[in-house]
Design a protein around this ligand. Structure first.
Ligand code: UDP
Ligand code: MG
Length: 324
């Protein structure tokens, strides 16, 4: 499904967009001078993730005056990581930078990333948020929790506070494309590849316009995919809890037998009820965890594509060139 790399394109910038019509004009006005100023052939790959607010039309309008802008339209909303996959699969550059559309990650850092990658022959340059003061307290707290958890599970090679603003070399992109993973969480997969890497730090800005496309539900989904994609430890939770419950049970057995012998067998409604509720909850959690992994096996077996490309302006251009 991917395309061959094109040696004449030095840089591809991949931007997933879902209903970003408000942020788009600001994005273009800040990104274009940076990219034009690089002085190398580039393409800007805008992945329209099934937007319904006129993002596609606006992209079409910008394309008229910006030949480097390439638009890949997905047939329906597939989610941030799937849209990113579509962009990475089809980008042709020797280096590929991924960026959010809302300008929370500054495009002005792209030249620095490129210079660092070239100068030190790095395959990966992470954009690391030095300061998240602009995010809400809740977002900062959940993000802190998330990064602590994934670093424990996927190893300390995962840089804390590195989202999806990063530069990848062609070798790293090809390695990612060769992976069979379906529910991809790039911020864990990329460090796991083990390529030489560096980082640039930046201050995370507030969203330029529009609203976050990551409601709590999607954040939880990302966290669950991150954990189940990198660790089977939660599956062993049932065993540990079972062992613990067994020990507690042994202790209680001695106590109840003692009480029986001594004739102290009182009603004990509260302890009984609490015990039943607790064991019930623990069992449901363990079955739910099992379900998460079974669901992963299920989707892996179905092996359906995670996105469908409706149109790609690069292909239309090629087609037109062939016909004329
Ligand atoms: N996005 C996407 N598809 C989705 C949700 C989000 O392509 O289903 C894009 C969105 O347009 C933005 C990026 O993913 O460019 C990050 O989303 P957002 O800024 O809303 O996330 P947050 O910064 O709030 O975590
Ligand atoms: Mg954002």
């Amino acid at each position: 499904m991917g395309r061959e790399a094109d040696p004449t394109t030095e840089l591809s910038v991949v931007i997933p967009m879902y209903n970003e019509v408000e942020a788009l004009p600001v994005l273009v006005s800040r990104l274009r001078p940076v990219l034009d100023g690089l002085g190398v052939p580039y393409e800007l790959v805008a992945v329209d993730d099934g937007s319904t607010d006129g993002t596609a039309e606006l992209l079409g309008a910008f394309r008229l005056g910006w030949p480097e802008l390439r638009v890949i339209g997905l047939r329906r909303n597939s989610g941030h990581q799937a849209a990113l996959t579509a962009g990475l699969d089809r980008a042709v550059g020797a280096y590929v930078v991924s960026l959010d559309a809302d300008l929370q990650d500054p495009p002005e850092k792209i030249p620095e990333m490129l210079t660092l990658a070239r100068g030190e022959e790095l395959d990966i340059v992470y954009g690391v948020r030095a300061d998240r003061a602009s995010d809400s307290g809740f977002k900062r707290w959940t993000a802190g929790l998330y990064y602590r958890l994934v670093r424990r599970l996927a190893g300390p090679s995962v840089p804390a506070q590195a989202g999806d603003f990063r530069l990848l070399s062609r070798a790293a992109v090809d390695a990612l494309k060769a992976l069979p993973d379906q529910q991809r969480v790039y911020r864990l997969l990329v460090p796991w590849l083990g390529f030489p890497s560096g980082q640039v730090t930046y201050e995370r800005a507030p969203r330029a316009a529009g609203r976050s496309k990551y409601p709590l539900g999607r954040m939880i989904r990302l966290a669950v995919d991150s954990v189940t994609g990198f660790s089977a430890a939660p599956l062993r939770l049932a065993t540990w809890l079972g062992g613990f419950a067994f020990l507690v049970c042994l202790g209680l057995m001695v106590y109840t037998l003692g009480a029986h012998v001594l004739g102290h067998t009182v009603a004990g409604w509260t302890s009984l009820f609490a015990g039943v509720l607790f064991i019930g909850a623990v069992q449901l959690i363990c079955v739910g965890l099992l379900g998460e992994y079974v669901a992963r096996i299920y989707t892996a077996l179905q092996n359906r594509p995670t996105y469908f490309v409706g149109h790609d302006t690069a292909e239309q251009t090629q087609e037109a060139a062939r016909r004329s």
